[in-house]
Ligand binder design. Structure first.
Ligand code: FAD
Length: 181
């Protein structure tokens, strides 16, 4: 997005690939859906990689006596391009595990999350770190403090992203203080 960025920096940024996620959100008329807050699925014949149960995280996420399920279906431009619409994944998600099939009176909606996660490719470490170093070096030269999943370019959890934001704010503060003297 930076006008006039050098071509090698632009090229390096284009090598950083990420996933797209179709989030299928399902409302269920009961709450005893799972013992775990999150469950991962590694089977290739199951379309989603993870199920989350938001009603278990806080009582405010669903009305009393009801539950919610969020299924994460992942794609990437490079390996598994997303085609069609997020809504097209409602039926495959509901069809997949018996737990979802047997849940009565489902209400669903979907969200398409572009730029979901930095993609961990086979050559992720070498290629991605090389590309992100180029981009970070350029931002350092401009005095831009970057942070978070996409600023740092890493597979980061929420708490790590938060800490990264704090560190960037401190860096910007030190930079501003140094400039004022
Ligand atoms: C499907 C999914 C499930 C996840 N589950 C978990 C989990 O269970 N536990 C966990 O800890 N983490 C989870 N994560 C990871 C967590 O969401 C991220 O680590 C965290 O949100 C990253 O925070 P961030 O501030 O770096 O980026 P984001 O939360 O992505 O925030 C970036 C913000 O910048 C805004 N933005 C982008 N471009 C511009 C622009 N040009 N101008 C202005 N604003 C802009 C965006 O709209 C967004 O609000 C999950 C992520 C995904 C995608």
């Amino acid at each position: 997005m930076i006008q006039g960025a050098p071509p090698d920096v632009v090229k390096a940024s284009q090598l950083l690939s990420c996933s797209t996620c179709a989030l299928v959100n399902i409302g269920v008329n009961r709450e005893d859906l799972s013992k775990a807050h999150m469950t991962y699925f590694y089977d290739e014949d199951i379309c989603f990689s993870r199920l989350g149960f938001p009603h278990m995280l806080t009582a405010r996420n669903a009305p009393p006596g009801t539950g919610s399920i969020q299924a994460e279906v992942y794609f990437s431009d490079k390996y598994k391009p997303f085609t069609g619409t997020p809504d097209a994944w409602i039926e495959p998600v509901i069809r997949d595990p018996p737990a979802l099939r047997s849940a009565a009176r489902l209400r669903q909606n979907t969200v398409q999350q572009n730029d979901a996660s930095a993609l961990c490719e086979r050559d992720f470490r070498s290629r991605s770190s090389c590309s992100s170093e180029t981009v970070h070096g350029y931002l350092d030269d401009l005095g831009i403090a970057y942070c978070g999943r996409y600023g740092d370019w890493g597979y980061m959890w929420t708490d790590e992203s938060f800490k990264s934001g704090e560190q960037a704010a401190e860096k910007a503060f030190v930079h501003a203080m140094a400039a004022s003297f």
